[in-house]
Design a protein around this ligand. Structure first.
Ligand SMILES: CC(C)(COP(=O)(O)OP(=O)(O)OC[C@H]1O[C@@H](n2cnc3c(N)ncnc32)[C@H](O)[C@@H]1OP(=O)(O)O)[C@@H](O)C(=O)NCCC(=O)NCCS
Length: 189
């Protein structure tokens, strides 16, 4: 599997089932924190569930459908990030992510998303990267905003998280200028 070193204390590796025990432990420890915004917590009740999920990610990576990475801070798993979908026809990748609460506030996810954009450009020839965040999820929205993504609009009642419906704010970054067009990356990124 590949790894990319982002700083002396931060690296990402392609997610593989080998990480299941530690990733499940992080998920379980952060259940309450993650439930606020993520809808899948009740479906993850054991390390076996996480192992199955990671095995599926490997298959989807092999098919070119997604790219899921595990984030390591000082050698410990801090969270994950992914191109959850890669639309090869249109050159559009859609990013999602989460971190354990104790790894928030250090700039980790901003660095990881910046690197995912580079991976998308280099290996998948993406021309557009999208991030969708629940309207009230200000920490998540701050990441595309920090990286110079543009706000494209609001999708109403886009996601059900337990008993609530959330609107989604859609952010996108145009990577390379299309013919007659303009990329977004000039200064901000
Ligand atoms: C969304 C989530 C990943 C954001 O985490 P985060 O720690 O705020 O994001 P980053 O890792 O990019 O860190 C940014 C923070 O580190 C600070 N920081 C420190 N050094 C930094 C650096 N070099 N670069 C950027 N930010 C830095 C920033 O000021 C910011 O903190 P602040 O909000 O208190 O000002 C996290 O809150 C999470 O996993 N939430 C639950 C799941 C979720 O909502 N997922 C997204 C669904 S769309």
């Amino acid at each position: 599997m590949f790894s990319r070193v982002l700083t002396h204390s931060l690296h990402v590796s392609l997610s593989i089932p080998h990480y299941a025990d530690e990733l499940y432990e992080l998920t379980d420890r952060n259940r309450q924190f993650l439930r606020r915004w993520l809808p899948w917590l009740d479906g993850v009740q054991s390390a076996e569930d996480t192992r199955r999920f990671l095995a599926l990610q490997v298959q989807r990576f092999a098919r070119g459908e997604s790219l899921h990475v595990t984030i390591f801070s000082q050698g410990s798993i801090a969270g994950v990030a992914a191109f959850n979908s890669i639309d090869r026809t249109n050159g559009i990748g859609s990013i999602g992510y989460w971190l354990g609460e104790e790894f928030n506030g250090k700039g980790i996810m901003t660095s990881v998303v910046r690197d995912l954009v580079e991976l998308g450009r280099t290996y998948y020839s993406l021309q557009k990267v999208e991030i969708r965040c629940a309207t009230g999820n200000l920490r998540s929205r701050a990441i595309p905003e920090r990286l110079g993504f543009r706000h494209e609009g609001t999708l109403r009642r886009a996601e059900r998280v337990y008993e609530q419906w959330f609107d989604h704010e859609v952010y996108a970054l145009l990577i390379d200028p299309l013919v007659g067009g303009q990329g977004d990356q000039a200064n901000e990124f």
